[in-house]
Design a protein around this ligand. Sequence first.
Ligand code: M6R
Length: 611
Amino acid sequence: MCGIVGYIGKEQAAPILLEGLSRLEYRGYDSAGVAVFDAGTGSLAVRKAKGRLQVLSDQLHGGADLDSTVGVGHTRWATHGAPSDVNSHPQVSRSGRIAVVHNGIIENYAELKAFLTAQGVPFTSETDTEVVAQLIEYFYQGDLLAAVGRVLHRIQGAYALGILCADCPGQIVAVRKDSPLILGYGEGCNFIASDVTAILRHTRRVGYMEDGELAVLTREGIRCYNHLMQPIEKETVTVDWEIDAAEKGGYEHFMFKEIMEQPDALRRCLSPRIREGEIVFEDFSLDEEYIRSMRRIYIVACGSSYHVGMVGKYHLERLTRIPVEVALGSEFRYMAPIVDEHTLVIVISQSGETLDTMAALREARRLGGHILSIVNVVGSSIARESDQVLYTWAGPEIAVATTKAYTTQLALLSLLALWLARQLGTVPEEDCRAMLAAFQELPGKMEEVLSRRDDIQYFASQYFNHDSIFFIGRNLDYALGLEGSLKLKEISYIHSEAYASGELKHGTISLIEDGTLVVALSTYEVLFAKAMSNVVEVKARGASVLALATAPHREEMARTADSVMTIPEIHALLLPVLGVVPLQLFAYYVALMRGCDIDKPRNLAKSVTVE
Ligand code: M6R
């Protein structure tokens, strides 16, 4: 997804912008560009290049070619107009005196383009963003902020904007609506960025822009305004993420680093919330009367977060006996959801910026639901628009393929299910205590799984050249299979499907032939015998079977399956949290052996802020 960074200060801007953009590469992009004010000529210098940021950086000799102390930079992930130099940002106005970087989509750009074209304004790109630059110039009469204000009345859609004007060399103007943008406060310098990672090297003091807000950055400070152009005070917070935590820390890939960080991430997420046999949610509470009045729970999310919701449904229904629906963020609005004040809507998102999930949240709130979100990125849009938030505290996740965010979301949702069950008294206290004990064992058991990663690497070496792989499982193992399959396909580009094992004979089994790889998930003790019979079924049709079972079932499974991955025994509530780790590792090693770009898979973005 697109990334923005802007700098105004006393140092050379271009190297700072390029370095900041490099921190945003993980978001996925197809081109990059910078615009700086060139004091020598009194004009804006704009440089853009399709492809990796390195291409741009090489062209600019690391930024040394541009002599300036103010500028904006952008990494673009194409939406309107193909990836190309000309469609890259910054986009400039016809005179070249206004430059704009933009994340999001201007929905009414075609209408505005037609209006401007009728006024004789020539367009050079296919982007929606160029409309913003041209429109600012159209309204500009010597006061940049006033012109931007007029533009905001005309544009519709989602936008985070960074704006430079050659007539105002000591300013950057920033605007935000439905697309994240933060302000960074330095000493004699200030920043804008779409993600804190881009500026952490320079400052930890940040302010989160709210929808409709504008900011004017100078070297001396930042002035903020609300949508009525009234000055406002912006609260700042200190970000305590270590820079190292946002970098690879010696591992070859962010994904591997993040897989290995999972035990610690779980400790951070769970330890403060389990004290002396009690679940303590300091960051959240629902009163007993509300809990007892709950008639339905919706879980809304996309991608892996949706898979967390699938597991959550099984747990919540089993433990609380409240009906649970799991909906994809992109579908929720169109399915006439049955939501009212007795509905708890659990919104799950790592980034807290996924637009489809956000749109579902807003619809659920409009219908009267109570919104509780499970989010990783503190201060993100979803977190801020929810009634209550449970943060996963997994730390920054950089790889596009989610790992530690998934396991912490899952652990936290499971803990929430247990907490609700306790409030409702739907589970005997003895069982609750057994489950709580399992949470405490979880990080240690996960370390055990990770310590046997060489076994998984070996299995990956056996199977990495398959073209199509099926994941099968029942109930919790089915939900696990959905995530295992997504993980594999998104980074290794191998075609893969996940099926509920019972569905095989209703169609899928016709695809099984000699040598087809089936990953058979059979961690759920209660259904082990049924899982075994499905393994026999596919073996009989010639499949190679790589199974996943708990350690006590290893031998039995090994009698039929070709290879067996194992996890230690743990309470069923937490089986999927442990079970996903071998699948993450399998996907990682397979992608590695196939030479894939693991942290930045093709066509994907970390934070999907378009519909
Ligand atoms: O940030 P979110 O949790 O809202 O993101 C949702 C999905 O885009 C995300 O989980 C995606 O499916 C991952 N790439 C999967 O690894």
